[in-house]
Design a protein around this ligand. Structure first.
Ligand code: H2B
Length: 101
């Protein structure tokens, strides 16, 4: 089912509920720092599981002890949609359990 682009106001309202996330070059983004490379890798796997469940996938970059996410909706021509914010919300929820900040 197609998803509609969010308006600027809707994006700002949703962003206000997601501390640490920002819109950069039209993509919803966030970087996390973890305690070790292995901890960061485990969180990447957990995010990948959620992305498969949601059928919505970010560009996910693993560093030494960092993770960077960047997402927009390909099927909406690269706009931001509720699917991007749903993924960000799920990642925010799981981040706490990984000790990510
Ligand atoms: C066929 C499959 O459902 C689509 O290609 C999904 C997969 N993951 C996706 N991820 C993102 N970020 N945008 C999409 O439009 C998208 N579409």
């Amino acid at each position: 089912m197609p998803v509609e682009p969010l308006s600027q106001k809707e994006i700002e309202d949703r962003l206000a509920e997601l501390p640490g996330w920002s819109v950069d070059d039209g993509r919803l983004t966030r970087t996390y720092r973890l305690g070790s490379h292995f901890a960061a890798t485990a969180m990447v796997v957990h995010i990948a599981q959620v992305q498969e469940e949601l059928d919505h996938h970010s560009d996910l970059t693993l560093g030494y002890n960092t993770i960077a996410l960047s997402v927009h909706t390909h099927s909406a021509g690269g706009a931001l949609t509720t699917k991007d914010f749903e993924l960000a919300q799920r990642v925010t929820e799981l981040a706490q359990g990984h000790g990510a900040h």
